[in-house]
Write a protein that binds this ligand. Structure first.
Ligand code: CS2
Ligand code: MG
Length: 403
């Protein structure tokens, strides 16, 4: 049996912070897992180094399910983003090892490919509607079949999802949280115009998506969903903060716009009611933040029973290791919907050489054995950790709003 002989955490910041777990085995095979938790990276690094790695040494690397249960049940303190990102990193690395030993790309171990590729959506954004649509046209010309549209809101100094750099959106951009202004009224006035203009300019063949970033109340979300209906959006994402799952009933009563939620979910318990009551159409939980491939498969299987498809989070704060894991997962499940894809910078790609590739609006994980991604430790060492936070949002009266 391949025994776990060593494991270590590598923190690197090629433009933004990434936390990686590398596990070595007695067979000489190693595996990698993403453990990045944007803005709280070192908490997961410590959880792994101080509390998880000592318990892994000497274990059979093939026992993925047992190790998952051991780390989840054994901690006593279940769930939460730090715990679940740490477990996810172990899980990814162990699947990587198992697939490498089998000599197969991981998706073959997950049941094989259900599709020829994974449809991805890119991010078009701009300070104005015109700028956003110009940017969207660039994505369309690159072959994207699905595009997320975010635009600045007149009267607000900056909006989530609208980046300084058109192609490399990076929200965790400061050593202390920056502040942006929010007005629900102004936003609700401008958002439908973006989609009306988009259908005029881009036509009806593209899937158009929109992220509300937890900014609305359920009744406000119902109204926005209704206002967007004529433009047939693919989805409206994170319409409200989702701690209260029952609140999605109100949104559902008012609109047929498909709903997506879950990029910050950590486990099946965060979406059990949402899925069971068919209150959503897409679940956005990711490999890294929802307990790894092992747990995400459970969520996806449960979702499949309730007509809910997947739409995994894929922002740049998830490392190429998570992206590779997501692609193997996406390729192998029956109820895949879409995969978010924000390209990483060249510096990040140099730290994480990978086999996945983009063509015709689709990503494919490639045929390399394992996850098909690795960490170049010499490159990683060139980029030391740099504290970085996500911004916060305040309303016009100075009070805090959801981000
Ligand atoms: C966003 C993210 O990709 C998305 O849908 O919600 O960009 C989010 O802001 C970041 O991942 C935060 O870490
Ligand atoms: Mg989002």
């Amino acid at each position: 049996m391949p025994k776990i002989t060593a494991a270590r955490v590598i923190v690197t910041s090629p433009g933004r912070n990434f936390v990686t777990l590398k596990i070595e085995t007695s067979d000489g095979v190693h595996g990698v897992g993403d453990a990045t938790l944007n803005g709280r990276e070192l908490a997961v690094a410590s959880y792994l180094t101080d509390h998880v790695i000592p318990c892994l040494i000497g274990r059979d690397a093939h026992q993925i399910e047992d190790i998952w249960q051991y780390l989840y049940k054994g901690a006593y303190w279940r769930r939460g983003p730090v715990t679940m990102a740490a477990i996810a990193a172990v899980d990814m690395a162990l699947w990587d090892i198992k697939a490498k030993i089998a000599g197969l790309p991981l998706y073959q171990l997950l049941g094989g490919a259900c599709r020829t590729g994974v449809m991805v959506y890119g991010h078009a954004n701009g300070a104005t509607i015109e700028e956003t649509l110009e940017n969207a046209a660039v994505y369309a010309s690159q072959g994207y079949k699905a595009i997320r549209l975010q635009s600045g809101v007149p009267g607000l100094n900056g909006v989530y999802g609208v980046s300084k750099d058109k192609f490399f959106y990076e929200p965790a951009d400061s050593h202390l949280p920056t502040e942006s202004l929010w007005s629900t009224e102004k936003y609700l006035r401008s958002a439908p115009g973006l989609f009306e203009a988009a259908r005029d300019k881009l036509g009806w063949d593209l899937h158009l998506l929109h992220d509300v970033h937890h900014r609305l109340t359920p009744i406000e979300a119902g109204r926005l969903g209704k206002d967007l209906e004529p433009y047939r959006p693919f989805w409206m994402e994170d319409a409200v903060p989702a701690e209260n799952q029952a609140s999605f009933r109100i949104i559902r009563q008012h609109t047929t716009t498909p709903l997506a939620v879950g990029e910050i979910f950590n486990s099946i318990w965060d979406c059990k009611q949402l899925i069971e009551e068919q209150l959503i159409d897409y679940i956005r939980a990711t490999v890294v933040h929802a307990g790894g491939i092992t747990h995400l498969r459970k969520i996806a299987s449960f979702a499949d029973l309730h007509h809910v498809r997947t739409g995994c989070h894929g922002a740049t704060d998830l490392s190429p290791i998570c992206m590779a894991a997501a692609l193997h997962f996406d390729l192998s499940i029956p109820n895949f919907g879409v995969q978010e894809y924000m390209r990483h910078t060249e510096a990040t790609d140099a730290v994480f050489p990978h086999a996945y590739s983009f063509a015709d609006g689709m990503l494919h994980p490639g045929e390399a054995i394992g996850l098909g991604v690795d960490i170049d430790e010499a490159q990683a060492a060139k980029h030391p950790y740099k504290r970085a936070y996500l911004p916060i949002a305040r309303r016009e009266d100075g009070s805090m709003h959801d981000w």
